[in-house]
Design a binder for this molecule. Structure first.
Ligand code: HEM
Length: 546
């Protein structure tokens, strides 16, 4: 139970056998925690019975308090200011239905004010640590529905995810309950790059009605999830799903969708995308996993291997690229394989994204009904290409936010760490590092917003043709930015980002996650080359004059 203490009360708990400390007006009983304290017990005993706020913030991030509060908090000081009571929302006035003319006028006024008024400030207001529309800037892309969703997601992340993410990454596992919660909250159904599929996810998302859902809501969910600074966590909850499920909803038969989508979107069943093979990555047209039609024409028999498959070990369904025809891209189909006889999965040990479940899969004489074909036989390449844009956008969103996390952690640390008699932030060399991080982050994010807007406005086919080049280029731009920011943040944190956990923990983890973004979904080299080839080809078709 929470008690109120005077400073004198706390001072009486000043012995190793009875040890209280104060942090920010709250009183913690650390008597039993002393022996487990990673910083040692003596350091706690030195501040026994005292206000240790200054010392505490020197060595820890705010996640620590959230994590340990339930075990150690015993009350607060009588001098701690009371939190402002939340204003009760005024009851909605009873009004008569307005005339159509009044509705039209109000809509006009609302849309013009949307264009002129910036959205309210949100978050900590550290310049460049959040997108500018979080900081009272004007935006043509975001409105009140995005604001509501942002608050909803952030509240959940800060309360349930952030304090545990390091533990989950070390354990290489996120509790299954978290994935189910993604389904219950309606987030999974909102991440498919299509209109919100109410027929398969009738509960929707709490703060946004399905008719208002757009690609900027998708951006927001991924962006806010990525604030955790863990590629493993983000890939665990949306990695396999975000690339494995869109082909099902776009190209699956109605019977297949009716059977499997409700379970997938509610978070009860898991799905992943299985394209890459031990010998075919970015070079998709050369894949060898084969699917032969059975003599009665009712099944495909699948044999082959898939490698580096995100979420594979936990998946019930595998959206799989298989060879159903001759060599090259025109012999490739996409097939939904269900876990069962002949499907084996094993976890792979990788450099980064530890909790994402990177998997090696073998298919041995797996019998798959022909009804599980996604799109037309031997035309899977088109399905895969459509999917790539969506996949790459996800990678871009995460890379830009991870760059921000590296930057944000660095700004906070540089404002408390002192060297040579000054705070780090007072050294020009450190400010220069931050400035180079910020300029790349903001440039990448602005291009991202613009491309999402284009995706929203163009139809799928036009977007696939015209945006493939720019999206590939931005993918390379964002992962290079991420790599740069992880490196610079690591230099700012020094030894703290070389050891795991603690204040430099996010930076250390992200540094390890960089390659998981720079390589999959098309390596930087392939992306940059593709961006030019594709953009020039499209421009030529549209009348470019050289
Ligand atoms: C509620 C009280 C406290 C809790 C729950 C706590 C928890 C922790 C945890 C979990 C770590 C591991 C590193 C990390 O994850 O950040 C740590 C490290 C540390 N703590 Fe505490 N701590 C508390 C109070 C204090 C106080 C009052 C001091 C100083 C007077 C202190 C000094 C340190 C130091 C020096 C380290 C090692 C930092 C490093 O490795 O660079 N802690 N603490």
């Amino acid at each position: 139970m929470s008690r109120v203490f005077t400073a004198g009360d706390v001072a009486s708990h000043n012995k190793p056998g009875d040890l209280f400390i104060v942090v920010d007006g709250d009183v913690y009983d650390v008597t039993k925690f002393q022996d487990d304290h990673p910083g040692g017990k003596k350091i706690l005993q030195r501040v026994a019975g005292k206000d240790a706020s200054k010392q505490f913030w020197k060595y820890h991030n705010d996640g620590i308090l959230k994590k340990y509060q339930s075990k150690l908090l015993v009350g607060s000081l009588d001098t701690k200011p009371k939190p402002e009571p939340k204003a009760e929302p005024a009851p909605a006035p009873v009004v008569k239905a307005p005339s159509p003319k009044a509705v039209a006028a109000a809509e006009k006024e609302a849309s013009s004010s949307e264009e002129t008024e910036p959205l309210d400030a949100f978050g900590e207001q550290i310049p460049f640590a959040d997108p500018s529309w979080y900081q009272n800037y004007h935006s043509p892309y975001f409105n009140e529905t995005h604001v509501a969703l942002r608050a909803e997601v952030r509240e959940w992340i800060e309360a349930e995810i952030e304090p545990n993410v390091t533990e989950w990454d070390e354990a290489k596992l996120v509790p299954a309950e978290i994935y189910k919660e993604m389904g219950r909250r309606g987030y999974l159904a909102g991440l498919l790059g299509v209109d919100y599929p109410t027929e398969y996810a009738p509960n929707g998302v709490k703060s946004v009605t399905p008719d208002k859902w757009d690609l900027f809501h998708e951006l927001l969910i991924t962006d806010e999830l990525s604030r955790t600074g863990s590629g493993g966590f983000v890939w665990n909850v949306i990695g396999g799903f975000g690339i494995g499920c869109p082909p099902v909803i776009k190209f699956g038969t109605k019977a297949l969708k009716d059977r499997i989508l409700p379970g997938i979107l509610s978070g009860d069943k898991r799905i992943c995308l299985a394209i890459t093979e031990p010998d075919a990555g970015s070079d998709v047209a050369n894949l060898t996993c084969e699917a032969k039609l059975s003599e009665d024409g009712k099944h495909f028999i699948v044999n082959g291997e898939k490698k580096w498959i995100t979420n594979g070990i936990w998946s019930d369904y595998f959206t799989t690229a298989v060879r159903t025809g001759g060599p090259g891209m025109n012999g490739v189909s996409l097939l939904l394989i269900e876990r069962g006889e002949g499907v084996s999965t094993r976890r792979m040990d990788c450099q980064g994204v530890w909790s994402s479940g990177t998997t090696y899969i073998t298919f041995e004489d797996v019998k798959v009904p022909v009804e599980n074909l996604l799109g037309k036989q031997n035309q899977g390449f088109r399905v895969i290409m459509t999917n790539f844009n969506h996949e790459r956008m996800g990678i871009i969103i995460q890379s830009v936010r991870f760059s921000r996390v590296c930057y944000e952690e660095s700004v906070k640390y540089a404002n408390k760490r002192r060297t040579f008699g000054k705070k780090l932030i007072e050294h020009p060399v450190i400010r220069m590092k931050l400035a180079h991080m910020a300029r790349q982050i903001e440039a990448s994010y602005s291009w991202l917003e613009s491309l999402i807007y284009q995706c929203e406005k163009m139809g799928e086919t036009e977007a696939m043709l015209r945006l493939g080049g720019p999206i590939a280029s931005l993918k390379a731009q964002s992962t290079l930015t991420f790599e740069f920011c992880a490196r610079e943040a690591s230099q700012i944190f020094g030894g703290l980002s070389y050891s795991r956990g603690g204040q430099g923990g996010k930076v250390e983890r992200l540094y390890r996650d960089v390659r998981a973004y720079a390589i999959p979904g098309g390596s930087e080299e392939i992306m940059l080359d593709l961006s030019m080839r594709q953009s020039l080809r499209v421009a030529k078709a549209m009348g470019m004059k050289l």
